[in-house]
Design a protein around this ligand. Sequence first.
Ligand code: GAR
Length: 204
Amino acid sequence: MKNKKARIAVLVSGGGTNLQAIIDAQKSGVIKSGEITLVISNKKDAYALIRAEEAGIKTALITRQDYGKKFEKRIIDVLKDNNTDLIVLAGFMVILSREFTETFKNRIINVHPSLIPSFCGEGFFGLRVHEAVLRKGVKVTGATVHFVNEIPDGGEIIEQKAVRVYPNDTPEKLQKRVMRQAEWIILPKAVEIISERIVNNGNL
Ligand code: GAR
C-alpha cells in the first residue's frame, strides 16, 4: 500500500466536533497518511452529517429504525463497499457487537472523554462521563483514543491527554474543556499514527 492513503470512515451520532477536528487536520496536513472517504450516522438529525456534506465527503444514514436486526450488518456492508481501511468512532453512541469488532480487528478506533480506565464502559458516554467525574470529585480528567474490541472502552490505548477539573465546573463546561484541550488534539494525532501504520505495514 506504499504511497497510498488509508481510506477512513468516520461513524457519528451527534454534533460532530471530533469529525470536524479530523476534517481540519486533513486540510492542515496533520493527517497526511489517511483520507476521510465516508461518514456514517445512525441519527437522521446529526449535525455531523452537515459538516461532512460541507466538506464534500460522502455520507450514509443507517438507523436502527430503518434496519432493525440488520442495522450492524448494513454498516458492515457499507464499510466494505467503501474499501475502508480505518474506522473512527467520533461520538458514535452505539456499542458494537463482537461480530462487528472481529470483522474489523485492529481497524477501529474510538475517542472517549475520560482517562481510561476511569469513567468508562457501558453507560459512560457524552455528558454522563463528566457528571460522574464531578460527582467523584477527581481533580484531573481527560480523553483517551483506543482501539475498539468487544469490551466497551476496553481495547488497547493509543493516546491520552489530561485536563484539569475546576471547583466551579458544570458538566457542560468540563465537556467543552476536555474536547478543546484533549479530544480535538489527540484524535487527529491518533488517526495519523494508525493511518501511517496501515499505509506502511498493510496489516497492523
Ligand atoms: C465527545 O465528547 C466524545 O468523546 C463522546 O461524545 C462526544 C461527541 O461529540 N463519546 C463518547 O462518550 C463515547 N463513549 P462530537 O459529536 O461533537 O464529536
